[in-house]
Write a protein of this length. Structure first.
Length: 285
């Protein structure tokens, strides 16, 4: 499938055959591909040096090579359908989450629906006021904000539809430190390095601010590697840049199926955490 061809993915009332509706056309900002790799810290440093001639610092980063904190609250069904879809590598699946930035989780809040169709990622995302996002998670209809761009209004409606239709609720908050770069020639290309993965269980609409409540999840056994990895992600909407192809070969990078959300749920299941009406109960024996 051509990464730019989302024909047929944008009809809001059609079903894709896996119980998940296609992304509403007005809510889609871009379709892209994402490749993930687990690398050591030493490899990450060498990779950052290697990409320096081809990339610029993310304009939202606090400074050159400085990271920033990302906190995401993941929602799922009572049967953890989104977890299992990823765990079993279903070709069509989605994630529904709330995301903010900053060590104290006090930054701008976004609601997101991220769909995967094979190798193509289609995301709808909207910025929301801090005092209303929790209501959206609880299934309240989005307020009519006429000043929002049409894409944001459509993304809000998409988020609300998924929460209500699938009866989604909070499962876990995941936090990590991200270093991000963008392509010099193609600003649509992004390369990110995620470190210090940690999570905190929650069954209420909350973005936990205090780092003390988070548990480390960057263990090799949880992420399918033999070491505590830095997660390298390559994100692009056009063709795979030739210099990136050379980088992958030069460093011997092997693409992996890595999921921060799955790792967090796996840890909770391993530690026999049970909460909510039935969430996680099917994972705990």
């Amino acid at each position: 499938m051509d990464v730019n061809d989302i024909t047929g993915l944008n009809e809001p009332r059609r079903d894709n055959g896996n119980g998940l509706p296609y992304a509403p056309a007005a809510a889609v900002r871009a379709a892209r591909r994402e490749l993930k790799y687990a690398v050591t810290e030493a490899q990450a440093q060498r990779l950052m040096d290697y990409v320096a001639p081809y990339c610029l610092e993310d304009p939202h980063a606090p400074g050159p090579r400085e990271d920033y904190t990302v906190t995401s609250l993941y929602l799922d069904t009572e049967r953890l359908d989104h977890y299992w879809a990823k765990k079993t590598l279903q070709p069509v699946r989605m994630k529904v989450r709330v995301r903010t930035y900053g060590r104290d989780a006090g930054g701008v809040v976004f609601v997101e629906v991220k769909r995967r169709y094979g190798d193509v990622i289609v995301k709808s995302r909207a910025r929301v006021p801090r005092d209303v996002w929790s209501g959206l998670v609880e299934g309240r209809a989005p307020t009519d904000w006429p000043f929002l761009p049409r894409a944001d209004v459509a993304a809000l409606e998409d988020f609300h539809t998924q929460v209500v239709r699938q009866r989604l609720g909070p499962v876990v908050a995941v936090r990590y430190e991200r270093t991000a770069l963008v392509g010099r020639v193609d600003p649509g290309f992004r390369i990110t390095f995620d470190r210090q993965l940690r999570s905190q269980r929650t069954d209420v609409p909350l973005l936990p601010a205090a780092d003390v409540g988070y548990r480390a999840i960057d263990f090799g056994v949880l992420l399918g590697s033999g070491f505590s990895p830095v997660i390298l992600e390559l994100k692009f909407s056009e063709r795979f840049p030739l210099w990136v192809e050379d980088m992958v070969r030069r460093f011997g990078l092997l693409r992996q199926s890595l999921s921060k959300y799955v790792a967090a749920v796996d840890l909770m299941a391993a530690e026999r955490f049970i909460y909510g009406p039935s969430r996680l109960q099917s994972l705990v024996v």
